[in-house]
Design a binder for this molecule. Structure first.
Ligand SMILES: [Zn+2]
Length: 153
């Protein structure tokens, strides 16, 4: 089952039931709504004009049967080139499988055991917070234009 949610709502899911059901939900989110990412925008870019990202969250079991969420985000995020300090359209095509622990104790144990990201599952998880977390981890700290900085372009 796929629930498409409009960008204006912030859906919450019961992570455990979501994974049990192998559910998927997806939507679009304006960058302006991702508060923890706004300080990465160039000063010349208004948040309201920064564009929209497409996201999808899917419940699954990994190859060893552990509960997990696959978080995918796609789109373009405006960053500042650290070489020329001008805006840079950074393409995002992120797909991450995050393990889900049932208890804080299980979280600590799993975290010791695996390299992957582990989160504590919640019965009222805000889906966009997961998306925001993934973006925070995936955006480069020192992005640069791919070739030269296109002086005069
Ligand atoms: Zn540059």
């Amino acid at each position: 089952m796929t629930n498409r949610t409009p960008g204006e709502t912030s859906p919450r899911i019961d992570v455990f039931r979501f994974i049990e059901a192998g559910d998927t939900c997806s939507g679009e989110v304006p960058i302006a709504r991702l508060e923890r990412l706004l300080d990465r925008l160039p000063e010349t870019v208004e948040p309201a004009e920064a564009g929209t990202l497409v996201w999808q969250v899917r419940g699954l079991r990994d190859s060893t049967g552990r509960s997990a969420l696959e978080v995918a985000v796609e789109g373009v995020f405006p960053l500042v080139c650290q070489r020329c300090l001008r805006p840079l359209q950074w393409p995002i095509a992120q797909r991450t499988v995050v393990l889900v622990a049932r208890t804080p104790e299980a979280l600590v144990a799993l975290d010791d055991e695996v390299e992957q990201e582990v989160i504590l599952g919640s019965k009222a998880q805000e889906v966009l917070a997961l998306v925001e977390d993934e973006l925070l981890l995936s955006l480069p700290f020192a992005p640069k234009h791919e070739t030269d900085c296109g002086v005069g372009a």
